[in-house]
Design a protein around this ligand. Structure first.
Ligand code: GRF
Length: 212
């Protein structure tokens, strides 16, 4: 991947494993001309039945199913594809595999992840201070909305951040709080977080585009 130059289109590869509603948010924003100078060069899924593949094809975006046999082989193929499709930045949008430190360090500040919890400035640390001043734990890894419910916090949220080798610990690009409501279940909370994420991911790509 190369550094961007003035007026050059920012070409994104989106990696998915499932529904791809955040991919859809990017596709819609591009179609509505809310992201001038951005295009999705390629969508890669490690699952054959990921609905996100259909979403990409509907928008005439190249979409590939790349089965995950070993991490090494998968990453080697992705590196080749990124070069072939002249990708500038990777967005992990519901991609459910952990990628290696080798792969990550190859693309510093060129891999963006969406995480359904609040990550502090700089990415590290075990606590986050919410806008009402309360200190909450940082929920990393799988089932972050469920972790928030189980911890009994009043507010959680979502963060778009650059990927570093430590999981869900990279510097945030943008994030937003989502209040927890009485009676929330993992599903209802996850759905409300996703609605926020659909705006956040577009915002994060815009911010990244302005930086490079
Ligand atoms: C999002 O909630 C994201 O935070 C998490 O996985 C979910 C992906 O949803 N990493 P979708 O596939 O984009 O609908």
């Amino acid at each position: 991947m190369e550094d961007q130059h003035i007026n050059k289109t920012l070409r994104i590869a989106v990696l998915i494993s499932g529904s791809g509603s955040n991919l859809q948010a990017l596709l819609d924003a591009i179609e509505a001309r809310h992201l001038p100078g951005v295009e999705i060069a390629l969508v890669i899924s490690n699952k054959a039945n990921a609905f996100g593949l259909q979403r990409a094809l509907k928008h005439k975006v190249p979409a590939l199913y790349l089965p995950w046999r070993t991490r090494e082989e998968w990453e080697r193929r992705v590196v080749d594809l990124l070069q072939l499709f002249q990708v500038d930045v990777i967005v992990l949008a519901g991609f459910m595999r952990i990628i290696s430190a080798d792969f990550i360090t190859r693309y510093p500040e060129r891999i963006i992840n969406l995480h359904p919890a609040l990550i502090p400035d700089g990415g590290k640390g075990d606590t986050y201070t919410t806008s009402d001043g309360s200190l909450i734990p940082v929920f990393r890894g799988m089932h972050a909305p469920l972790q928030a419910l189980e911890a009994g916090v009043r507010v959680t949220g979502s963060t778009v951040h650059y990927v570093v080798p430590e999981v869900d610990a990279g510097p945030p690009i943008c994030r937003r709080e989502v209040p927890i409501e009485a009676g929330d279940t993992e599903d209802t909370l996850q759905e409300r977080i996703k609605k926020v994420e659909h705006q956040l991911i577009v915002e994060a790509v815009k911010i990244h585009q302005q930086r490079v």
